[in-house]
Write a new protein. Sequence first.
Length: 426
Amino acid sequence: MGSVQSAGSGAGGIAPTLARLGKLHSRRYIREVTIFRRLLLAGAAGALLMLAGCPQGPGPYENYVGVNLIADQGVFGFSVLPSKWTPDAAATYLNFQLYSAVDVPAGAPAGAEAWRLEIKNLVPDGDFESSAVGFPPNGWVAINGATLTTITNPTAGFIDGQTMYLKCLDGTEMVDFDVRTAAADGFPQNNTYLVRFDYRTNKDRIVFEYNNLPVLPLPEGAWTWIADGDTGPTFVGRYQFPPVDIVPTVTVGAAAQQHYVFNSLLTTAAHKIEAYVDNFRLIRTNQSYFVRMPIADGEAALSLVAGTYRFSVWVKLDPGTPVVLNRFSSRAVQISLKRTYQTIAGEISTLTAVKVFHDGVAFDLSDGQWHQVWVDLPGHEWQTEGATVSMEVGISPTDETLGAGSLDCGSVLIAVPSLEMLPDEY
C-alpha cells in the first residue's frame, strides 16, 4: 500500500517547491510594489512640475516673463511718440524735455533716452545767482530804510552761492517782493501757492508775511509767520521755511497788489530781523505735476490679462542742478500705476498703486548714479467676458501724497520706464 506524504515531509516533496514559489512571489511582489511606488512618486513629481509650468488663469503667462509691455509706446525714446506722455501741468509749471540719448542706465535698450522732469520755480532768480553782488536781489525792494543786498561765497552767512542779506531794525522797515509782478504765471486769482526758502538768522525769530503792501486792508488769506531762529550772533543754523508743522498756502484774492514781505503789516511790534535767505521758491499747489501715459489693452505688447503688474523707471540726479540758474534738485520721486476695468454693462472700477521715494531715504541721488524705482499693483479679479481693461502709468518729480505740504520745485532725470506682468505673483 502506497504511502501518502504530507506537504511538510520529505526533502524532495511539495513543501520545498511551494516555499521557493512563495519566495519568488514575495520578491516579485515587493519589486512590483517598489516599482509602483516609484512610478507614483515620479508621476506626482511630474504632475507638480506640470502644474508649476502650466498657465494659471487666462493667457499664456510664460510669455510675459521679462517683457516690457510698453516697450513700443515710445518709452525707450520718449520722443518717438511724445503724445503718449501727457503732462498734467502747462509748460509754465512743468518742464518735460529730452536730456540725453547717451547718459542712460547701463544695459538700457538701444534707442533709450533720458528725459528731464522738472517743477519750475515761478519766482525768477529765486537762487539769486543772477543778481548783482552788492545790490538788492532782482525783484526785491527795501522799504523805510531796511538793509538789503546780495552777498556771495565766502562771505559769512552765505547759503548756496549768492544769497540775499536783509536787516530790519524796527517794525516799519520791510523787505518786499511783488509776487504779482514777478511770478512767471502772473499769480492769478483763485489759485493757491506755497513758498519755500532756506535761511539763517542771528535773532530769536524771523517774520515773513503775505499781504497787499503798502496799504490796508489785507487781501483774503493773508497770514503772518513767525519762526524761531538762532539766539547767538554766528548765523550757524540753516533752517527751511515752512517748518513741518504748518502749510502756509495762500489763495490769491481779488486785490491788485500781492506781496511777500519780510517783517509785518499785521503787527505793531518792533520786530528786529537780520537774516540770510536763499533758494526762494514759489509753487502753485492746486494742480498735479505728473506726466502720464495711458495704455489700452490693444496697445500693450501682450494682452492685459489678470495678474500683478509692476511699473518701474530709472531716476538720476539732474546734473543741471544747480549749474543751471534757478533749477533745483528733486527731493522726492513719486510713481503711480492705475488699472481701470469696465464691464460690458458699463460698470467701472479703478485701482491705483502709488509709491514715493525720498532722496536720502530710498536712495541717494547725490551719488550721481541711476537708481531703479518701482510700484506693484495686484489685480486678479477681472477678465469677465466682454469687459475692457486699461492701465495708466505716471511719474512726478515731487511727493504729492500729502497735498500742498509736500510739494516742492525740483528736477530729476528719468529713463526706461517699463510695465511688466509678474506671473510668479499671480
